[in-house]
Design a protein around this ligand. Structure first.
Ligand code: AMP
Length: 420
C-alpha cells in the first residue's frame, strides 16, 4: 500500500474537478434556500442508537455498512451513514418543533460514510445535500421537495433522469399489506437469509436484485392495492400537484428504498447514464421517525441528493458547467522592487473584490507568464524596474495579447472597469 493512497472506496476532490462539486452543491441548495429552508449542520458522528432505531435494525445500512467506534470514554458512536436521523435529532434537541412554526424547514450539506462494496458511483465516503420539512402532513410539502430537486437538476442542465414515485402506506394500511406479502413470501423457494428478511422487513425483499428472486416475485401482492383511503387521497394529491407543476414522474410500485423509516410518499431520481448505481437522489415521507427515536409525533418529509453521482451524471451527459475562472488578474513581477509593489497591488485588488494571484518563487518573465496562463486569468499585470520608474505597470489582456501601460495609482479602478 502506498503512503499516498486514499483509503479504499474514497477519493479526493482536486482542482479543477472540485469546482464542479462546489457548483453542484450550490445548484442543489439554491432552490431550497429560495423556498424557506434554513441551513443546519450536525456532527459527523452520532450515537449508534440513533441510526439503529431510526434507519432500522434490519437495513443493510445498519447491519453491514456503519463505521462504528467505541471512544476512550466508552461512547458507542457511528460515522453518519445518512442525514435525516441526525437532522431530526438536532431539531428535537433544540426544540425547533415547539416554536409554533411548523413545518420546520432545514437543509444541509456534508460527508456521509457507508462501508459498502466499492464500485462506480458507490463510495465509502460520499457527499449529499439534503432538505427536510419537519412537523407537517401536507401533500404540498411532498410535492414542493420533489419540484425543488427537479429544478436543481434542470438548472444544472441534466435531462436524462426520471422521477420514480410510490406510496408505502401508513400505520393503518401497511401492516395489512405486510401480512399479505409475508404470507406470499413464505410460499416461495428462498434462501435462509432472504426468508429471515421476509420476517423482519418483507418489503425489502421486493428490492432484491437477483433474477431468480425477481422471477418468483411476479404475482406478489402490490402495496398500491392495499392503501387505505387516507393514503390514497394523499398520494393522489401529491401526484396532481406534481402534474400541475409540469414535473413528470413514473409510478413504481416496487420502490421501497433502503431505509425503514419511510411512510407514504417515496421517490427516487434515477439517471440513465450511471449504470447500476443509477439513483442520483431520493427521499420520502417519514411520519413515524420522530417517535422511533423517542420524540413526539412529527410527520415529516425530505430528500438527499448525492453530489458525487450528480457530478457523474453531468459527465455522462457531457455537460460542462460554466465555472468562472478562479483568478481574474495575475501579477508578474520582474525584480525585487516589482515584487514588493505588485504584491501590494494584488492585496489591494483582492480587497476590492477582484480575484487576483501572484507569481511566487522569484521566477523570470517566461516562467511567470506560464503561471499567468495556467491560472486562467483574463489579465496579467507585468512590471519591471523601468515601468516602476515611470509609475506604471503593463496590463496585458490574456485573450487578445494586447498590452497597455496603466498608471500604478489607477490600476485597481482600471481593472475593475475592464472586468465589469
Ligand atoms: P440514500 O440515503 O441511500 O437514499 O441516498 C441518497 C443519495 O445519496 C443516493 O441517491 C446517491 O446519490 C447518494 N449515495 C448514497 N450512497 C452512496 C454511496 N455509497 N456512494 C455515492 N453516493 C451515494
Amino acid at each position: 500500500m502506498s503512503t499516498f493512497q486514499a483509503p479504499k472506496g474514497t477519493y479526493d476532490l482536486i482542482p479543477p474537478r472540485s469546482a464542479t462539486f462546489l457548483a453542484v452543491r450550490d445548484a442543489i441548495s439554491t432552490p431550497v434556500k429560495n423556498a424557506g429552508y434554513g441551513y443546519i449542520e450536525t456532527p459527523g458522528f452520532e450515537n449508534v442508537e440513533l441510526f439503529s432505531r431510526g434507519v432500522g435494525e434490519s437495513t443493510d445500512i445498519v447491519t453491514k455498512e456503519m463505521y462504528t467506534l467505541t471512544t476512550k470514554g466508552n461512547d458507542y458512536l457511528a460515522l453518519r451513514p445518512e442525514g435525516t436521523a441526525s437532522v431530526l435529532r438536532a431539531a428535537l434537541q433544540a426544540n425547533l418543533h415547539k416554536q409554533g412554526n411548523l413545518p420546520v424547514k432545514l437543509w444541509y450539506s456534508g460527508s456521509y460514510y457507508r462501508y459498502e462494496r466499492q464500485q462506480a458511483g458507490r463510495y465509502r465516503h460520499f457527499s449529499q445535500v439534503g432538505a427536510e420539512a419537519i412537523g407537517a402532513e401536507d401533500p404540498a410539502l411532498d410535492a414542493e421537495l420533489i419540484i425543488l430537486a427537479d429544478q436543481a437538476y434542470r438548472t444544472l442542465g441534466l435531462r436524462n433522469f426520471r422521477i420514480l414515485l410510490n406510496s408505502l402506506g401508513d400505520k393503518e394500511c401497511r401492516p395489512v399489506y405486510r401480512e399479505a406479502l409475508q404470507t406470499f413470501l413464505r410460499g416461495l423457494d428462498l434462501d435462509e437469509e432472504t426468508l429471515r428478511r421476509a420476517e423482519i422487513n418483507p418489503l425489502r425483499v421486493l428490492d432484491d436484485k437477483r433474477a431468480d428472486v425477481q422471477k418468483q416475485l411476479v404475482g406478489a401482492p402490490v402495496l398500491t392495492d392495499y392503501l387505505c383511503d387516507a393514503c390514497k387521497t394523499y398520494h393522489a394529491e401529491v401526484r396532481e400537484l406534481l402534474t400541475a407543476a409540469g414535473v413528470a414522474f413514473e409510478d413504481d410500485v416496487k420502490l421501497v428504498r433502503g431505509l425503514d423509516y419511510y411512510t407514504r410518499t417515496t421517490f427516487e431520481f434515477v439517471h440513465g447514464g450511471l449504470g447500476s448505481q443509477s439513483a442520483v437522489g431520493g427521499g420520502g415521507r417519514y411520519d413515524g421517525l420522530s417517535e422511533m427515536i423517542g420524540g413526539p409525533a412529527l410527520p415529516s418529509v425530505g430528500w438527499a441528493l448525492g453530489v458525487d453521482r450528480t457530478v457523474l451524471a453531468l459527465e455522462a451527459e457531457g455537460i460542462e458547467l460554466d465555472v468562472p475562472s478562479a483568478t481574474s488578474v495575475f501579477a508578474v513581477p520582474l525584480g525585487e522592487e516589482a515584487r514588493r509593489v505588485l504584491f501590494g497591488k494584488i492585496t489591494e485588488l483582492r480587497k476590492a473584490g477582484v480575484a487576483a494571484d501572484f507569481s511566487y518563487g522569484g521566477k523570470g518573465l517566461k516562467g511567470a507568464m506560464k503561471d499567468a496562463n495556467r491560472s486562467g486569468a483574463r489579465y496579467a499585470v507585468v512590471a519591471g524596474e523601468r515601468d516602476l520608474a515611470e509609475g506604471v505597470v503593463q496590463l496585458k489582456d490574456m485573450e487578445s495579447g494586447e498590452q497597455e501601460p496603466v498608471a500604478l495609482d489607477a490600476l485597481v479602478e482600471a481593472v475593475r472597469a475592464k472586468l465589469a
